[in-house]
Ligand binder design. Structure first.
Ligand code: ADP
Ligand code: MG
Length: 392
């Protein structure tokens, strides 16, 4: 099944198009703090702008609970979007406002937060019917919500036939890059998995075992692997209920001759926020009163060497508490190794993307996925409701 692209749209000239974007940007005191997602939406809006008559952009923002909440209004996004596009943007303070039907040709509307209605999260048919009522075409460019069965990405596109709905440029780029990791990835395929916990990533971890040659485990979740191997891990973050999962991953990998690299040396500290002790110890000699917060230098060199020899690499989850400079070396070393790798490189995940930005290597990564949960669901092989609805 292929996801329809913008070029597959029929009769988009002069059409009225509803576009679902990911404008879920951080807002503080009524001001947009980071315009990355707004800027990322521009290519699709420009393409539509050259063809369509009326464009309405819709999105969710923050944790709105099904009723209007000024803290989560999309209003502050409108001027930033207008500036980035170089054309006026009219903000509509209710995504179901009947006046939307009367918008003049040439208008670009930004609709208020979809999650001000409970129907959005409930994937409610009636809400989707009202949302789409005055549009002939639908475009989804919000990959970050593609794994959610919500009305604007699921019930809404189902109301449009073939040729009347498509993925925008961002969504298409995500699908094409992530597909290279799922369908016949070029070998050797190395996956680097870290971050805080195994419990949030069990399914993708198991799915990766169907495809990778080498698995590198770092971050907080590596502690659970170290404990499963019988090592003392002191006061480190650990998930005791995941010890058997860690053992299963190692057993499956052994059965399939997949190399699993676990840290052999680690950085330990006494207190993350106010450390007085920061030292490198062997992974089998972690002092009981300290905690693991980063890979040691031998480990990040081994990990970097594995990445250097890969034809395909996927990385999700920082290798340590990289937010703190003293514990960021492992994560920065992996970011650099990804950037230097001649193979096809993909990074996904909220904190992981922050880490490669901090390392200054975003431009040297082949694909930076904007959707943490959505990219993991795609890798797991789950059907993404938003893609299924576009392909129907
Ligand atoms: P992502 O958002 O990239 O998917 P996660 O949300 O799973 O990543 O995890 C990111 C967090 O994991 C970071 O905030 C980091 O501080 C934390 N982390 C990484 N290693 C450790 C560790 N050893 N101990 C505690 N927290 C850790
Ligand atoms: Mg995260």
């Amino acid at each position: 099944m292929t996801t329809p692209a913008l070029a597959d749209l029929d009769g988009v000239e002069g059409a009225r198009v509803l576009t679902r974007l990911d404008l879920n940007v951080p807002i503080d005191d009524g001001r947009v703090q980071d315009d990355t997602r707004i800027v990322a939406a521009i290519p699709t809006l420009n393409w539509l702008g050259e063809r369509a008559s009326v464009i309405a952009a819709c999105s969710h923002l923050g944790k709105a609970k099904g009723s209007p909440d000024p803290a989560y209004s999309l209003a502050p996004v409108a001027p930033v979007l207008a500036e980035a596009l170089g054309r006026p943007v009219r903000f509509v303070d209710d995504c179901l406002d009947p006046g939307i039907a009367d918008a003049e040709p040439g208008t670009l509307l930004l609709l208020e937060n979809l999650r001000f209605y409970p129907g959005e999260k409930a994937n409610d048919e009636a809400f989707a019917a009202r949302l789409t009522a005055s549009f002939s075409h639908y475009v989804n460019d919000a990959f970050g919500t593609a794994h959610r069965d919500h009305a604007s990405v699921s019930a809404a596109p189902r109301r449009f036939g073939r040729g009347k709905k498509a993925a925008g440029f961002l969504m298409a780029a995500e699908v094409s890059a992530l597909s290279r990791l799922v369908r016949d990835p070029e070998q050797p395929f190395v996956a680097v998995v870290g971050g805080a916990k195994i419990s949030t990533k069990t399914a993708p971890l198991e799915a990766l075992l169907d495809r990778v040659r080498t698995l590198l485990i770092g971050g907080g979740m590596a502690n659970t692997f170290l404990k499963a191997l019988g090592h003392e891990i002191g006061r480190s973050l650990v998930e005791d209920e995941m010890l058997s999962t860690a053992r299963d991953v190692m057993d499956t990998a052994a059965d399939r001759s997949i190399d699993v690299l676990i840290p052999t040396d680690v950085v330990v500290t006494d207190a993350i926020d106010a450390p007085s002790i920061v030292e490198v110890v062997a992974a089998d000699a972690i002092p009981p009163d300290l905690m693991v917060v980063d890979l040691g230098p031998e480990s990040h060199q081994r990990f970097a060497a594995a990445i250097g020899g890969a034809r395909t690499v996927f990385w999700n989850g920082p290798m340590g508490v990289f937010e703190i400079e003293a514990f960021s070396r492992g994560t920065m070393a992996i970011a650099t190794a990804m950037a230097d790798c001649p193979g096809f490189t993909v990074v996904g995940g909220g904190e992981s993307v922050l880490a490669i930005r901090r390392a200054g290597v975003v431009d040297r990564i082949d694909h930076v996925s904007t959707g943490g949960g959505a990219s993991l669901a795609f890798l797991t092989g789950d059907e993404l409701p938003a893609l299924a609805a576009l392909e129907e």
